[in-house]
Design a protein around this ligand. Structure first.
Ligand code: FES
Ligand code: FES
Length: 160
C-alpha cells in the first residue's frame, strides 16, 4: 500500500512522516516517531491513555487516523514540560502521588491540561466529569482529582 506523506506540528516542532492510510495516529506517534509517552490501553476509545490534543481539541489518538493530522497541531505529553521544568500538573502529580503504574498518567496530564485551559476554575464535579474519559486501574482517582484542583488553584494565584 502506498504510504502517505503527512506534514504536521508536534509539540511546536514542524514534523513530517510517512504512514499507511489506515494507521492510527497513536501508532505513528509511538512506532514511527518514538513518542512513546502516549499509551495504548484499549485501542478502542475507552481508556484515555492515548489522549493528545489535535488543534487544541482533546482526542483519543487511537481513534484518529494518522492522515487526519495533516496540517494540524499536535500536543503530546512529551511537550508538556519546558526543558527541565516540569509543568505544574506534572509536579503536583508527583507531589500528591497521583500515579502508581503510570500507564494512565500521560493521558490524565493531557486531559487535565485541556480541561484547565477551557475551565481554569473548575468545581470538583467538573474535574471528575472532565476526566471521566480517562481510566486508572491503580489510584482510585482521588489523588488525581486533588492534584488537578490544587494546580487550578495555584494557576489562579490562589494556592493555599
Ligand atoms: S488506547 Fe485510546 S482510548 Fe484507550
Ligand atoms: S496509575 Fe496505573 S492505571 Fe493509573
Amino acid at each position: 500500500m502506498a504510504k502517505m506523506h503527512i506534514s504536521t506540528t508536534i509539540n511546536g516542532e514542524p514534523t513530517e512522516f510517512l504512514c499507511d492510510p489506515s494507521q492510527s495516529l497513536l501508532d505513528v506517534l509511538r512506532d514511527n516517531l518514538g513518542l512513546t509517552g502516549s499509551k495504548e490501553g484499549c485501542g478502542s476509545g475507552d481508556c484515555g491513555a492515548c489522549s493528545i490534543t489535535l488543534d487544541d481539541r482533546l482526542v483519543c489518538s487511537c481513534l484518529v487516523l494518522a492522515p487526519e493530522a495533516e496540517g494540524k497541531k499536535i500536543e503530546t505529553v512529551e511537550g508538556i514540560a519546558q526543558g527541565d521544568q516540569l509543568h505544574p500538573l506534572q509536579k503536583k502529580f508527583v507531589e500528591f502521588a497521583a500515579l502508581q503504574c503510570g500507564i494512565c498518567t500521560p493521558g490524565f496530564l493531557i486531559a487535565s491540561k485541556a480541561l484547565l485551559a477551557k475551565n481554569p476554575n473548575p468545581t470538583e464535579t467538573e474535574v471528575r466529569f472532565g476526566l471521566a474519559g480517562n481510566l486508572c486501574r491503580c489510584t482510585g482517582y482521588d489523588k488525581i482529582i486533588r492534584a488537578v484542583m490544587e494546580v487550578a488553584a495555584e494557576m489562579r494565584g490562589a494556592a493555599r
